[in-house]
Ligand binder design. Structure first.
Ligand SMILES: [Zn+2]
Length: 285
């Protein structure tokens, strides 16, 4: 079990279980990142940008153990799914074996929370059994922010992205395993949702607080820590002005505080702190 990255926040333990990693040109997601900007942010190497200058994008779930609960935050891309997006289609990873090796059998997970309902955050909600999509975590309540769920019901994703909602969200709802919650919902005394809208309308980060220590799981409020240092828009944000304001408020709230920022797509050590370094900010791992 030693190969897993874990963090201890008071009595809460958080474990990173990686599904895959993709290297994308910045223009695919944060198009304002230029080679010049990367020159000015040497701390981005080697964990967040590769030797070719591409964005390193880790796909991982974060498992929170708090007060007897086992909570998975985001369930990655999943296996066997028809996904036109490069690097996402028809995967056959050993994610569930990795999850088990980290100590989490699928039956033991009691809570699943998806920060938002994009393709790379809901995939392992279901798996293919005898040609049908069935819940991967049959004993888990699946929490969806009501605002987020209602948005996707009213505004279905274009079919070119694959039937994400139909194959990875609807089956857990139909199985009676879903709960629709407010964007500041408390999961335990130590773990609660922190509203960070803009990437999607009901997007939530996850705050962990225990024993005087704090951590926040970003979700896709930021795709890369370079967005803490510069106000860079993500092309995947549904409302860029709301997303930019959310990021500014997040950076103002946590810069130069002890709060550990755990990135949902950050590679390498994945977690760090936002610190002021002269006139600029950087992510200190
Ligand atoms: Zn994502």
């Amino acid at each position: 079990m030693g190969q897993f990255t874990r963090w201890q926040i008071g009595t809460v333990r958080i474990t990173k279980v990686q599904e895959t990693e993709v290297h994308w040109p910045w223009r695919a997601l944060v198009p304002e990142v230029t080679p010049e900007l990367l020159e000015q942010t040497p701390w981005m190497r080697p964990h967040f940008v590769d030797e070719a200058g591409k964005m390193i994008r880790s796909m991982h779930a974060l498992v929170i153990e708090s007060q007897g609960r086992t909570i998975i935050v985001d369930t990655c891309i999943g296996n066997d799914k028809v996904r036109p997006t490069r690097g996402f289609n028809d995967l056959h990873t050993d994610f569930l074996d990795q999850l088990a090796a980290a100590g989490f059998g699928t039956d033991a997970v009691d809570t699943v929370f998806c920060t938002h309902l994009h393709v790379d955050h809901v995939g392992w909600n279901t798996r293919l059994v005898d040609g049908k999509w069935v819940p991967t975590f049959p004993n888990a309540r699946h929490l969806f922010a009501r605002t987020e769920y209602d948005h996707w019901v009213a505004n279905p994703e274009p079919e070119i992205f694959g039937d994400v909602f139909g194959d990875s969200v609807v089956p857990v709802v139909e199985a009676g395993l879903a709960d629709f919650v407010d964007m500041d919902h408390r999961i335990t005394d130590e773990v609660w949702l922190e509203p960070t809208p803009g990437h999607t309308p009901g997007h939530c980060s996850v705050h962990i607080s225990s024993g005087g220590l704090d951590a926040v799981i970003t979700g896709d409020m930021t795709h890369s820590p370079i967005q803490f240092a510069y106000p860079l828009t993500s092309s995947a944000d549904s409302d860029s002005s709301v997303a930019n304001r959310t990021r500014q408020e997040f950076v103002a709230r946590y810069t130069d505080t002890p709060t550990l920022i755990i990135g949902t797509h950050f590679g390498g050590p994945t977690a760090g702190r936002i610190v002021r370094d002269g006139d600029v900010l950087r992510f200190d791992c």
